[in-house]
Design a protein around this ligand. Structure first.
Ligand SMILES: Cc1ncc(COP(=O)(O)O)c(C=O)c1O
Length: 411
């Protein structure tokens, strides 16, 4: 038989590329087995781990999950999500910083589901979606899966965002397409840890409002807030929402909210897409189309994850416990980030602008070569297109302190 014979429809035929994050992670695990955990810096996975390499979970969230009755564990959820979850998830996202807009939420399996719904429902076949040139790879996967493409802009200039590059790329797309979806992952961006500043938000939104004066255009801004609970105080991490109040009707803001990092329910697949719209009609339209997409893609999300979040936001004692537990994790992460950044400065290792979060990225010319050289020294970090992603979320403070000098040798 012909080994090249294929049954797959043409649009789904793609080159098979191994997942670089999980691939590098596996190599790191092999090295740990061979040389011992202490001898290996496994900085590959984007999940928070303790100093012994074990995933950390919010104890209260896990206890509550284990205590759920069968009816909450095994039953379906409504297609759009449990009603009390849909209120709770908005509270969890905005934390008192909801701007003056009409909001609705639809439950999705993680933030990933929210991104998928935005791409499918708010762009047309063949459209380009605008994202930063440092980006989480699934944005491209999701766009291409749906017959869309990505367009990137240079994210950084000096120690901040290259707002001019953003405006240039956005204007071009707005001129070329009737509708434009822009996805910005902030605060605590993956892979660089950058958070868009107050001044940059002012410029971005001033520009988008100006562009929206052309009533023939439809602009959709999705803010992917997957790491929002690891980006400083509630105030610091949510203040930017104020820029989304009183929007014109042809400028819609969507947020992709995730229960993976902030509530350590990675595998429970909890999240939501939330809209901030100029009119109630637009918000209801959003709810209808995203509910329809839920039905078409996965029917409904994980009820247990929704139940936990809804319960946490109903019970002040439970809420305070979860908050306090997360603070411990934030302190752990901040100490690691600080250690890495201090050493990077000492040894003169240049990193992308960093503010908060799970990752720090080192720009370099040949990331694969740098990554391979470091593997020989038992340091495993993920090669990206323009740099190396180091994940302080996954390694101890001590290892974060020694890594910059090792990396510096090869960049
Ligand atoms: C930038 C970014 N957005 C969204 C997600 C969504 O994750 P999940 O689908 O688990 O909520 C992730 C997870 O790694 C991420 O890094």
């Amino acid at each position: 038989m012909n080994s090249h014979f294929s049954m797959v429809a043409p649009h789904s035929k793609r080159p098979v590329v191994p997942d670089v994050i999980f691939g590098t992670g596996r190599e790191a695990q092999d090295a740990e087995a061979k040389y011992g955990f202490e001898k290996v810096i496994n900085s590959t996975l984007g999940v928070l781990m303790d100093d012994t390499g074990q995933l950390v979970f919010l104890p209260t969230v896990m206890e509550r999950l284990r205590d759920l009755p069968d009816s909450e564990l095994g039953a379906y959820a409504p297609i759009a999500g449990l009603p009390d979850y849909l209120s709770a998830v908005q509270e969890a996202c905005f934390r008192g910083h909801k701007p003056n807009a009409f909001t609705e939420a639809v439950a999705t399996p993680g933030g990933t589901g929210a991104i998928k719904h935005a791409v499918w429902n708010y762009t047309e076949m063949g459209d380009e979606v605008l994202i930063a040139d440092w980006y989480w790879a699934p944005y491209k996967t999701i766009a291409e899966e749906h017959g869309r493409r990505i367009r990137t802009f240079n994210y950084f200039k000096g120690d901040g965002m290259n707002v001019e590059a953003f405006k240039g790329a956005a204007s071009e797309l707005i001129a070329a397409q009737e509708r434009v979806l822009i996805i910005l992952n902030t605060p605590a961006h993956n892979p660089t840890g950058y958070s868009i500043s107050e001044g940059e938000w002012e410029e971005i939104m001033g520009f988008l409002r100006e562009q929206a004066k052309d009533a023939a255009k439809k602009i959709i801004l999705m803010v992917d807030v997957a790491y929002i609970d690891f980006a400083g105080s509630i105030e610091a991490s949510r203040d930017f929402f104020k820029h989304f109040g009183d929007l014109p009707q042809n400028l819609l803001v969507l947020t992709a909210f995730s229960l993976s990092k902030g509530y350590t329910m990675y595998g429970m697949r909890g999240g939501a897409i939330i809209c901030l719209a100029a009119t109630q009609a637009l918000a209801l339209e959003f709810k209808d189309v995203c509910s329809y997409s839920n039905r078409a893609a996965w029917s409904n999300g994980t009820r247990a994850a929704m139940r936990i979040l809804a319960d946490v936001y109903k019970d002040p004692v439970l809420f305070q416990k979860v908050e306090a537990e997360r603070e411990v994790f934030k302190d752990l992460l901040n100490a690691r980030n600080k250690a890495f950044m201090e050493e990077a400065e000492k040894v003169g290792l240049q990193v992308c602008p960093f503010r908060d979060g799970f990752f720090i990225t080192i720009p370099c010319k040949d990331p694969a070569a740098v990554s391979n050289a470091l593997k020989k020294e038992n340091l495993f970090a993920v090669p990206l297109q323009g740099g190396l992603r180091f994940a302080p979320c996954a390694v101890s403070e001590e290892k974060c302190r020694i890594a910059p000098a090792m990396i510096k040798k090869y960049v």
